[in-house]
Ligand binder design. Structure first.
Ligand SMILES: [Zn+2]
Ligand SMILES: [Zn+2]
Length: 443
């Protein structure tokens, strides 16, 4: 008799944030990711509690919307974790940083530093395209997802059933990574991200995005303005840094000091440590030049924030957080947003409810945490540097999978998951659906 398997959506369904799916069977219980919702302050920030003790967390990548609740789960259930080595190390840094921020803001966090240390104590390393046995009759295989360093798609095999989860995927090459592995076979059930799942979600070409960024930066530098680029510390920061460095070197971007501040500095250390997880072209460049592009002499690490803000010359500041929810980007926002000569350049998806989203929607006043409202006169721009596939990319990816009977669309705003599932249902032999938080689906 074939095994009965259930998937319960504890978070990340009809929403971006707190991705957490429980796959349970008589042979074992497995959590696919365990993230937080960055756009929520309290209720809805964390996933629902799993109704059974998980045996393993299978972690696709280190972004907080997938990994932010991992220490809490490890603490409560003392389960094991399996992921790629970069994912473990970056998850540990992000969790540690989160504790530091919470100490400063007085926010409560559902774990402590001892719990964070469980990540290294309870983890197993996974490499791409190797089948790992988790229990009798249960295996997991990781495949490159092309999203950030070490990011993976996973195939969980329980008896004869295959559950394939994309995590977050990029279906085109970026400056640091090769695109998602299209040779992954899929599964009887495919759990698929839908961040850009609507038909109108079509990314411009990477070249066009880069040219737009460079032209905007040139204008501001010429006007003696300063540019604040809030980025996600993991992935986006390194993509933006390498892009700016390349254009400055070739003379297409006016030379100005590029300041790097915040958590990016520590994440860059891991991008350097795990250089063999980057795409072959970058590996070659590092071998020939004996230097990481992240160590370029165009970059300056910030020692004193105020002196950067007071510099009479134009400059570019790349810092966290990417949605202006915390970190040094708030400091710079307060100092730079008032002047119309300056520019705030958002480079990634802005979750509903975040300050980044409000700016993008044209807000002329923003309230920093524990501070007065500030006027925004600076220009607000957006470059679509997304490391997520757009709708055509997602459809192309699904079309090429061999196994894809049922597709469950997650990790997207409600309308996007629904629109994507409608679109995917049109593919012959495919039934697609977008589940809700709390729902259980029998496989
Ligand atoms: Zn991600
Ligand atoms: Zn995500």
């Amino acid at each position: 008799m074939s095994e009965e398997v259930e998937i319960t959506f504890l978070g990340g369904a009809k929403q971006v944030g707190r991705s957490c799916f429980l796959v349970s069977s008589q042979k074992g219980n497995f959590l696919l990711d365990s993230g937080v919702n960055l756009g929520e302050s309290e209720e809805g920030k964390y996933p629902l509690d799993p109704p059974v003790k998980p045996d393993y967390i299978i972690l696709t990548h280190a972004h907080l919307d997938h990994s932010g609740y991992v220490p809490a789960i490890l603490s409560k259930y003392r389960c094991k974790l399996i992921s790629t080595p970069p994912t473990q190390d970056i998850t540990e840094i992000l969790a540690t940083d989160n504790l530091k921020i919470a100490k400063e803001t007085g926010e409560t966090v559902p774990y402590n530093m001892n719990d964070v240390m469980l990540i290294r104590k309870n983890s197993f390393d996974a490499y791409f395209k190797v089948r790992y046995k988790l229990r009798n009759d249960i295996t997991v295989t990781f495949y490159n997802a092309g999203h950030i360093v070490g990011s993976a798609m996973v195939k969980l095999t329980i008896g004869e059933k295959n559950i394939f989860y994309t995590g977050d995927i990029s279906t085109r090459h970026t400056r640091t990574l090769e695109m998602a592995d299209f040779k992954a076979e899929g599964g009887d059930v495919v759990i698929m991200e839908s961040t850009y799942g609507s038909p109108e979600d079509k990314h411009p070409s990477a070249q066009k995005t880069e040219r737009q960024l460079i032209s905007d930066l040139n204008k501001t530098i010429k006007n003696n303005g300063k540019v604040l680029i809030p980025v996600f510390a993991v992935g986006r920061a390194q993509e933006v840094m390498i892009t700016i460095d390349d254009y400055m070197r070739s003379g297409k971007l006016a030379t100005a000091p590029v300041f790097i501040d915040g958590l990016i500095i520590r994440i860059n250390e891991l991008y350097k440590l795990f250089w063999e997880w980057l795409k072959p072209e970058i590996q070659k460049r590092i071998r020939y030049t004996r230097q990481s592009p992240l160590d370029s002499d165009m970059f300056y690490l910030v020692k004193d924030r105020e002196s950067v803000c007071q510099m009479p010359e134009p400059n570019i500041i790349i810092t966290t957080s990417g949605m202006l929810e915390g970190g040094p980007s708030i400091y710079y926002l307060k100092r730079l947003a008032g002047s119309e000569n300056n520019m705030i350049y958002l480079t990634g998806y802005q979750v509903e409810g975040t300050r980044g989203r409000m700016l993008l929607e044209g807000a002329k006043q923003i309230k920093p945490p524990q501070d007065e409202l500030i006027d925004v006169n600076a220009k607000v721009c957006f470059a679509d540097f997304s490391a997520h596939a757009d709708q055509p990319g997602l459809i192309n990816f699904i079309t090429q999978l061999t196994n894809k009977n049922t597709i469950l669309c997650v990790h997207g705003e409600e309308t996007k998951t629904i629109k994507l599932s409608e679109k995917l249902s049109q593919i012959k032999g495919v039934s697609a659906y977008s589940p809700s938080v709390g729902e259980t689906i029998r496989v």
